[in-house]
Design a protein around this ligand. Structure first.
Ligand code: NAD
Ligand code: MG
Length: 299
């Protein structure tokens, strides 16, 4: 896997892992550190240049995968970062915190379960208090469990998936909005699954479509306050989500190979977009959805 700087010109087909992935399984939520190969969230490969100097960011799912890539990039661009994740992911989160502190930025660790409304409210209050405000909310956390037959989706799984992926956005936004100032950027995380849903992800794909409607509606509601809301919709990205039940085991070796670039993406390939949407460079962009799909494109 390439660990070269992302600023060097490279063939996008030849960057990162191109071979088939090994079958592997962890219990959800899993650890990035236990994956083979370990995903690239920009630990060595993302270089910042102060595009977010002095900002304060909350990143959910900030321990691993795409959220980790956003958290590392934000710190390298000069932001202080509060990370949310599940308690089982403490070791991944501590790795990210160390990288943030190495940049001379503040890292605040706020573990807890986003399917709990009371916790979501506390998360916002703690982030506001410990960072001294919030300018960026990258709400990246998500739950994905592949099930071949809709009759096997338990009500427990259905409820949890909606709570984590959709309800937590309402709870966090409701608590945060009275405190957010003009210039704040909220970034939610949908998926290619909202546009081209796979047959094994009926519940997950439904949540990812809901996230788009939520984000666009909220964007219109808060535009008069100078707050922007945008959506990132990734295609197949090599993360812990995929080895903890997000894909069926049998599908893992082929993961990402159907994209026109014929490989899965790495989390660091979303870093630039997360920075752009958080920064002033995207000041006229709100209520939009951005695909990062290796060419699968949104409908
Ligand atoms: P990941 O497993 O590295 O990150 C998901 C994170 O969600 C976990 O680290 C965990 O901290 C968090 N999470 C899950 N349940 C939670 C709960 N109950 N409370 C608090 N946090 C919880 O995987 P990822 O792929 O980086 O996922 C990030 C986002 O990207 C998700 O919203 C996912 O739906 C989305 N996404 C991923 C892909 C992909 O191919 N990896 C594609 C499209 C969308
Ligand atoms: Mg994780």
């Amino acid at each position: 896997m390439s660990t070269e700087g992302t600023n060097e010109i490279q063939d996008p087909r030849g960057e990162f892992q191109q071979e088939r992935y090994e079958k592997q399984q962890q219990k959800a939520p899993g650890l990035q550190s236990g994956m083979k190969p370990v995903p690239d969230s920009g630990e060595q490969s993302y270089h910042g240049c102060n595009r977010l100097r002095g900002r304060k960011a909350l990143v959910t799912g900030g321990d691993s995968g795409i959220g980790r890539a956003a958290a590392i990039a934000y710190a390298r661009e000069g932001a202080d970062v509060a990370l949310n994740y599940l308690p089982e992911e403490q070791s991944d989160a501590e790795e990210v915190a160390e990288l943030i502190r190495k940049e001379g930025r503040k890292a605040v660790l706020l573990p807890g379960d986003l399917s709990d409304e009371v916790f979501c409210k506390k998360l916002v209050r703690d982030a506001l208090e410990k960072l001294g405000g919030l300018d960026i909310m990258a709400l990246v956390a998500g739950k994905q469990v592949a099930v071949e037959d809709i009759r096997d989706i338990t009500t427990e799984q259905l409820t949890k998936t909606f709570e984590v992926n959709v309800f937590s956005l309402f709870w966090i936004a409701k608590e945060a909005l009275p405190h957010l100032k003009p210039g704040t950027s909220i970034i939610t995380c949908s998926s290619i699954q909202a546009y081209q849903p796979g047959k094994n992800l009926v519940d997950y794909a439904s949540t990812k479509a809901a996230i788009i409607a939520f984000s666009r509606s909220l964007a219109k509601q808060v535009a008069p306050k100078g707050i922007r809301v945008n959506v990132v919709a990734p295609g197949p990205i090599w993360t812990a989500l995929q080895v903890t039940g997000g894909q069926l085991q049998k599908d893992l070796p082929e993961f990402g190979r159907k994209t026109p670039l014929k490989r899965a993406g790495q989390p660091v390939e979303l870093s630039g977009l997360y920075v752009f949407l958080a920064s002033q460079e995207s000041s006229f962009i709100t209520a939009e959805v951005f695909g990062v799909t290796g060419g699968m494109h949104l409908a």
